[in-house]
Ligand binder design. Structure first.
Ligand code: ATP
Ligand code: IPE
Length: 262
């Protein structure tokens, strides 16, 4: 199989996460789609896209307490509402990609994946491998899943990405978010925060990585970095709000954000 890149599009980039509104950032999304399309014309790689939820997922998930397990029947309705909202977002992302000429298709996590205490324990990938092999671009997302311990649970796109990177033997993971990378403290709260060009097992302990300031039921930046650090391959957190960086990263350029490697 050709080299596989997994690209995560953060909820903070593609949605109005800051305003807690279940709406997309249409212009940004379309620009990113055309950057992906430009890169795919210049370089032959397999690409899997995973996107976050922003308010499309976090708001209903919190309202129905889906992040704390299944306790009552009302949450079944919440499951349906939250999943449906994520499917709407997924469709908008796929529309944007297809408008840019990319052959993107939905890959729905809740119909195949199983969690155990919020950890992904089952996610069959044979179909996914075939989809990638023929050159389609599967687009998965953070979703509500069955959880063997808690009844239901939330699968974060940030948890799915490293899982798939390992299982599908990806060569690179690119996390596109709304900040330039990882800073020595939250850049949204501290204007003097400094960008950390590289994170490894030695310097991670010294960093103050907070959670996202908006409604986020899945752990924000901190969890993202820790899971990426467990991978054997390199990953990089970049800003998708700065035009051109997603394309550069897909074309193989490095050191444009924060590189994470054991
Ligand atoms: P989503 O999780 O909705 O897909 P995302 O992946 O784009 O969104 P978040 O999980 O919201 O991103 O995390 C990004 C946020 O983390 C940034 O907007 C920033 O405010 C916050 N953050 C906290 N600490 C740090 C830090 N040390 N360096 C960089 N960002 C940080
Ligand atoms: C959360 O997904 C999914 C739901 C709340 C249903 P993510 O954890 O991937 O979302 P972001 O990245 O924080 O937006």
């Amino acid at each position: 199989m050709t080299e596989l890149i997994i690209l995560k599009l953060g909820g903070s980039v593609i949605t109005k996460k800051k305003e807690d509104k279940a709406e997309i950032n249409e212009e940004v999304l379309q620009r990113i789609a055309s950057e992906i399309s430009g890169a795919m014309k210049e370089r032959k790689v397999s690409l899997m896209v995973v996107h976050g939820a922003g308010p499309f997922g976090h708001v209903p998930a919190r309202e129905y307490g889906l992040d704390t397990g299944l306790r009552d029947n009302r949450q079944v309705k919440g499951f349906s509402i939250t999943h449906h909202s994520m499917e709407r977002l997924n469709l908008l992302v796929i529309d944007a990609l297809r408008k840019s000429g990319l052959n993107a298709i939905e890959f729905q996590p809740s119909s195949v994946g199983i969690l155990k205490n919020e950890k992904l324990v089952h996610f069959p990938t044979r179909a996914l491998e075939g989809i990638l092999r023929i050159g389609l671009i599967p687009v998965a997302y953070g979703d509500v899943l069955m959880d063997e311990e808690k009844g239901v649970g939330i699968l974060s796109g940030d948890h799915l990405v490293p899982y798939l990177a390992k299982k599908l033997n990806a060569s690179r993971v690119i996390i596109a978010t709304d900040v330039a990378g990882i800073f020595d403290s939250d850049p949204k709260g501290n204007r003097n925060a400094r960008l950390i060009p590289r994170i490894n097992s030695e310097n991670i302990g010294a960093l103050s990585i907070g959670n996202s300031t908006t409604t986020d039921v899945t752990g924000g930046m901190q969890r993202k970095v820790r899971e990426l650090l467990n991978l054997e391959i390199e990953s990089e957190i970049i800003s998708a709000l700065e035009p051109g960086l997603v394309k550069k990263a897909l074309l193989g350029e490095r050191n444009i954000g924060t590189v994470i490697r054991k």
